[in-house]
Design a protein around this ligand. Structure first.
Ligand code: HEC
Ligand code: HEC
Length: 326
């Protein structure tokens, strides 16, 4: 899964021990001043991400739900935690989340540092107590040593969060056919994909929400996915904001690597990209809080196909961890 993503300019950055960034993204991966990205922190964060000891029965790591071959989601409509418990929400892909403005489908975590311990203490996911997190890591000799080397003290929850967040920031995707097209290679997209791109920006109005280098405005919108049989089955953002108008609103997911991330939406209710495009063509699902940008699109069969082919062009080169690291 570790793919070479070095372009000439990135190679120069790598010498200065900066994480290389693929074509199409900002030159630097952002991180808070209180948690700068360093090689050592990323490497131990990567080990923690795969550490099954962070779950009650030792069967499940972060990487058990966030798999590289599914763009760090899991291919299932609902996440499966310890003891086979199935969540109502799907595991989201973790791509370019260093640029994220909030986390979870409802945005209830403001930073990655605040997010990464939550699955560990969620009884439906990994099911530890806060006190057990540090204990489990300290009980594993190699991890204990590596954490101490990086942070200069015995691993506590705060350090574990810093390391996990640093690792998640290194999961990057860019240098896709779309990026090469934007950079001037007019042959990088097929004529059909170019039509799809025009539709995405024009008639199909996707850019109203899926905007910028990561194809998300990082805001919350009601497309109708949370509405079923005359009621909201998931209140979404309203659970956090307590605003009536946020009922059924979810965070706009980025679309890089989307072709690998099926099934789609917060509940995995749409199985394929074709189903997603049909859903938008119909204006999503009518409900009392449906976003003003959702409307019937009247796309032809040709146009729907072109949109799907364009979405596939957002699959590029995925990298994770520090290049050359363990
Ligand atoms: C049981 C499967 C499962 C495990 C294990 C798991 N996650 Fe997740 N992850 C999810 C689900 C489901 C969500 C979305 C939940 C929600 O929005 O309410 C999520 C959301 C996230 C997000 C937010 C992404 C975004 O863009 O909003 C991050 C980051 C993340 N997980 C990282 C981790 C880390 C780090 C670990 C290990 C400590 C972990 N996950 C373990 C299923 C899992
Ligand atoms: C009003 C804002 C808005 C518009 C317009 C919009 N989207 Fe979305 N999109 C969202 C939100 C919000 C979600 C997540 C909904 C959920 O999880 O229930 C989403 C989810 C998706 C997903 C699923 C990604 C995943 O990982 O689950 C795809 C694919 C997608 N949109 C493509 C498109 C395309 C193509 C268009 C144009 C035809 C479009 N979107 C128009 C807001 C929008």
């Amino acid at each position: 899964m570790r793919l070479s993503i070095l372009s000439a300019s990135c190679a120069a950055l790598a010498l200065a021990e900066t994480l290389p960034v693929p074509l199409g993204l900002d030159a630097y991966v952002p991180a808070p001043a209180s948690n700068p990205i360093t090689r050592e922190k990323v490497e131990v964060g990567r080990a923690l991400f795969q550490f099954r000891g962070l779950s009650r029965d030792g069967t499940l790591s972060c990487g058990g739900c966030h798999l590289p071959e599914h763009a760090f989601s899991d291919g299932k409509p609902g996440a499966v935690g310890v003891r086979g418990q199935v969540s109502e929400r799907r595991t989201p892909p973790l791509i370019n989340r260093a640029w994220g403005k909030s986390f979870f489908w409802d945005g209830r975590a403001a930073t990655l540092e605040a997010q990464v311990l939550q699955p560990i203490v969620n009884p439906k996911e990994m099911d530890l107590t806060l006190a057990e997190i540090g204990q489990r890591v300290r009980a594993e000799a190699t991890l204990r040593q590596r954490m101490k080397k990086v942070f200069g003290r015995d691993a506590g929850n705060e350090d574990i969060a810093l390391a996990l967040a640093s690792y998640v920031r290194t999961i990057l995707s860019g240098d896709s056919p779309y990026d090469r097209f934007v950079a001037g290679d007019r042959t990088a997209l097929s004529p059909q994909q170019q039509l799809g791109l025009r539709l995405f920006r024009g008639k199909a109005n996707c850019v109203a929400c899926h905007v910028g280098p990561h194809f998300t405005d990082e805001r919350f919108h009601n497309t109708g996915t949370g509405w079923r049989d005359g009621a909201f089955v998931d209140a979404g953002r309203a659970e956090v904001s307590h605003e009536t108008s946020d009922r059924g609103a979810f965070k706009t997911p980025g679309l890089r690597e989307v072709a690998r991330a099926a099934p789609y939406m917060h509940d995995g209710s749409l199985r394929t990209l074709e189903e997603v495009v049909d859903f938008y063509d119909e204006g999503g699902r009518e409900n009392p809080e449906r976003d003003a940008e959702m409307r019937e699109l009247k796309l032809t069969t040709e146009e729907k196909r072109a949109l799907v082919e364009f979405l596939k062009s957002l699959s590029g080169k995925v990298s994770e961890g520090w290049p050359g690291g363990r």
